[in-house]
Design a protein around this ligand. Structure first.
Ligand code: NOJ
Length: 491
């Protein structure tokens, strides 16, 4: 009975999706008016070619920081600075993935996923950031990619997941200089020449919204600077420029058909109550609060609101740079964890009102990770509508959990399963309405170095014992494997 009902229901939603196939954003619009169509259905399958995956990043798992000619990154320096990492650890050893990558690929395979998002450490490939390449560094990724493909797993490579070569920080002030943007393009070209015969999808930069503000504005992440707003806006502009230059470099140096986009932690806005007015307000908020990166990449200009707000602190740019920055992308990656802004409509500029969070708002094992499954519905839906995006990947989603080993040696991470079940249900709702989400990368394959929290916060589907390096599948690994195998969410 239930299955019959769900099939009928899915057909109804699929009808809407068919409209969306020609005008995805319009379908989402229509749904905004007819709320009865928005019915998450856990039984409903995802589209046949929906891409299930999992994700990691270089500094968080590789270790081997002194091997095969790797240069230092700003995260080596930062994690070795006393007081910067909560548990006093570093990524020196991490998951020893550099040596254990074959075993780790087997773990990916055991999940049944079709794709794996990893990042390339820039200082392995260019130890000095630019100039002389280090072929041995790139060789590691050659081996990894070959191993993935031999196991039927599609590689999705990220070029920049925060491990900037220390040499560029020392020489140029890192992202404070547009010469770093140019060095990034050269690095992108070098990688594209050597990997795109096998790597068909490349993410340029990961979470600009975080590493610029946390790293250069608030002194929380590497390189630990506290620069004023004007410099911060200029840095973000240089990163956007780096992205655009890299898109062009990959197109020029890579195989034809290589697909490129960024992976951004979109400032995620959710209508507090889904009235048409509040939905419109959430749309305005999404556009304005993402104007500094996603907006300029996808529109080729900074919004009037962004420039007015920045005033004298606005970035300096040329029309030519805006053109480069907005070189068309093939997809947009969205890292989605917590709802950041619940908004309502406002008659006053800028047209939305941000509500304060009550202190009792629930969060996961990481305090910042507030639980709001509907964010994975709204953020892609609003982004697709505002910027007319055809292809969205959820480039990251997942949660930390206490993840203790039980007496029987298992990890019963029921909170992670709860989190995933609810978020995936909301993602299914979006997909069924025609929001163009093509794939999902669960963060993370295994516990790893969670930046300033060290190894204290565990995000993996596999538990890692950092003493012995033993990997144990958590209960959530079985849950995710089941989702992937059914191409639908079990109850
Ligand atoms: C986003 C970052 O890209 C990733 O490196 C981090 O571990 C996860 N969020 C979890 O905080």
């Amino acid at each position: 009975m239930a299955a019959d009902f769900s099939r009928r229901d899915f057909a109804k939603l699929a009808g809407l999706a068919a409209v969306g196939a020609t005008a995805g954003a319009k379908a989402a619009d229509k749904a905004a008016v007819d709320e009865t169509l928005i019915v998450p259905d856990r039984h409903a399958p995802f589209p046949k070619n929906f891409l299930w995956g999992t994700a990691t990043s270089s500094y968080q798992i590789e270790g081997a920081v002194d091997e095969d000619g790797r240069g230092k990154s700003i995260w080596d320096t930062f994690s070795h600075t006393p007081g910067k990492i909560e548990d006093g650890t570093t990524g020196d050893r991490a998951n020893e993935h550099y040596h254990r990558y074959k075993d780790d690929v087997a773990l990916i395979k055991a999940l049944g996923v079709k794709a794996y998002r990893f990042s390339i450490a820039w200082p392995r490939v260019f130890p000095e950031g630019s100039g002389q390449p280090n072929p041995k560094g790139l060789d590691f990724y050659n081996r990894l990619v070959d191993e993935l493909l031999a196991n039927g797993i599609e590689p999705y490579a990220t070029l920049y997941h925060w491990d900037l070569p220390q040499a560029l920080q020392d020489r140029l002030g890192g992202w404070q200089s547009s010469d770093t943007s140019k060095a990034f393009a050269d690095y992108a070209a070098y990688v594209a020449q050597r990997l795109t015969d096998r790597v068909k999808n490349i993410f340029t930069v990961n979470e600009v919204g975080r590493f610029v503000n946390f790293g250069y504005g608030w002194g929380i992440d590497a390189p630990g600077l506290r620069l004023p707003a004007a410099q911060l806006n200029q840095i973000r502009h240089h990163v956007a420029l780096a992205h655009g230059l890299a898109v062009q470099a990959i197109r020029a140096s890579g195989r034809a058909g290589t697909r490129v986009g960024a992976a951004e932690n979109i400032a995620a806005c959710v209508p507090a109550i889904a009235t048409p007015e509040n939905i419109r307000a959430a749309e305005i908020a999404t556009r304005e609060l993402n104007a500094g990166f996603l907006g300029v990449v996808l529109e080729g200009k900074y919004t009037d609101g962004f420039l007015a707000y920045a005033g004298a602190d606005a970035p300096k740019f040329t029309p030519e740079e805006l053109k480069i920055i907005s070189t068309p992308n093939d997809f947009v990656g969205l890292n989605i964890y917590a709802p950041q802004y619940y908004v309502t409509a406002s008659d006053r500029a800028p047209g939305f009102h941000v509500l304060p969070f009550p202190s009792s708002f629930p969060h996961m094992n990481s305090e910042w990770l507030r639980v709001g499954p509907e964010v994975i519905y709204w953020a892609p839906r609003l982004a697709a509508k505002i910027w007319n995006i055809d292809n969205i990947y959820i480039s990251e989603n997942g949660t930390s959990s206490e993840d203790k080993l039980a007496a029987d040696g298992e990890v019963y991470d029921l909170d992670r399963i709860m989190f995933l079940r609810n978020y995936l249900t909301q993602m299914q709702r979006a997909v069924a309405e025609g929001v163009p989400i093509r794939g999902y990368f669960l963060w993370s394959l295994m516990d790893n170095f969670e930046w300033i929290f060290g190894y204290g916060k565990r995000f993996g589907l596999y538990r890692v014992d950092f003493e012995t390096q033993a990997r144990v599948p958590k209960l959530s690994a079985a849950f995710y494997r089941d989702v992937v195998a059914r191409n639908a969410i079990g109850m």
